[in-house]
Design a protein around this ligand. Sequence first.
Ligand code: FBP
Length: 547
Amino acid sequence: MEISALQKERAGYQPKLPIALQGAVKVKEGAPTQSVDNQEDIKKLFPNTYGMPLVEFEPATEANNAKMNVGVILSGGQAPGGHNVISGLFDEIKKLNPENRLFGFLMGPGGLVDHKYMEITAENLQAYRNTGGFDMIGSGRTKLEKEEQFEKGLEIIRELDIKAIVIIGGDDSNTNACVLAEYYAAKKYGVQVIGCPKTIDGDLKNDQIETSFGFDTATKTYAELIGNIERDCNSARKYWHFIKLMGRSASHIALECALQTQPNICLVSEEVEAKDMSLNAIVEDIASTVAYRASQGNNFGVVLIPEGLIEFVPAIGRLIQELNDLLAAHGAEYLNLDKAAQREYILTHLSAENKATFETLPEGVARQLSLDRDPHGNVQVSLIETEKLISEMVGAKLAEWKKEGKYEGKFSALHHFFGYEGRCAAPSNFDADYCYALGSSAAQLIANGKTGYMAIVKNTTAGTDKWLAGGVPITMMMNMEKRNGEMKPVIRKALVELDGAPFKALVAQREKWAKETCYVYPGPIQYWGPSSVCDLTTKTLLLEQTK
Ligand code: FBP
């Protein structure tokens, strides 16, 4: 395989570890924990893995030589740093005992069920150290939830003499990791399951998890591109750029990119929902800014739109809820119909209010909302062209205002979607170190007999040697939510908090950014050079951790 000059140099980067993980390790246990909500329900569903203590690693004098083979799975969307979790895990289990072996299950959780795997060795791992992507073993979105799947998985676990499975995934995948841990514990199979917090979306975080890996690199990649567009925009002064940014539900990515690049407008889905805004109200707000800037001779600007926006417009959110229930109940008969009949089917089954909302949506958007969900029950928002929908509506509003003599100017819009571009970028120093430490922590959790835990690394705004590594019981992060029409135990997703420091920082400056031109150009991720550039964390992390 031919590799780039950057890859060659980057292969030699040795990720830094927290002090506690640099030599022999011992465990310090905290007080018993409880779930964030619905404690009785969660306790009943997870009798063997509920209430376990938080775990922190400390340097030890005596080494643990645990003999263990481990299986690893990459689950869900790609996030920069996944290969470094695998490297950290590999190096740590070999440090514990050189005879330990690591097996990677191929193409996501489905690899465990279908017995598709490869052994990860020092040789084949070398080409993937510090690289982006999940291509070493591939990823997938198969949902591990049925007993047959768990039992099928057990066959290969026994065959390879595997002691523990590490699932690297987002909130849904870690929820499944917890269900699997509970199942194997209840059956006394002696197989441990450990999770690792992955997702560029940044929505797997809480009091224990400071950030999910990949968010740092992905947002830096998007911020570079947005900055480049802003500079182009401010040079030609003739276009409005509507940029949709990935992040299925939460707006953390859009918010972080806005804090890094200071665009004219950044929508935040959680605010739209809290203010009960209609699509029309959002459009009027944007059109007012366009009109104001035009009055100053500035017929240009940049608007950031979170990918999940559409689901947060309350009327559309209610429609999606009803569509979810409808698809859950009648999915089979509905999916066999042709396009026109599906639309008709939906229109005859929806309540009057939701039917009215459905009818106002452009056909393409309505169709996306009524398509089949992903295996975790999510609307596939990255396929909806919200940026075009909004800019077309802004254009129509401005044309109306022009007729009424309320606006004079030119409005020419360009559209972009930044999502897949950032998910496999070479991990920043932060993600390279963070992921390596998460992999090492996962190995230590296994060596210390833990199951149903997620590996964590805290104090991440300090230097790496001051980072604190350990584990958190996954049940601690759970509550009950409605999924596919049923109440299920799930890890609570972290949305943007409107009273949180990052959102407040946006609010404090956004009026100025809308009226004036205050663009900031972050430039590309730097892997070598001054620490002030190379080791920068995200503004979100900085604002949240230093409040
Ligand atoms: P995860 O939650 O699995 O990390 O995936 C995140 C994500 O990148 C979302 O931002 C996006 O909406 C979705 O994956 C796209 O999914 P797909 O890769 O299946 O198109």
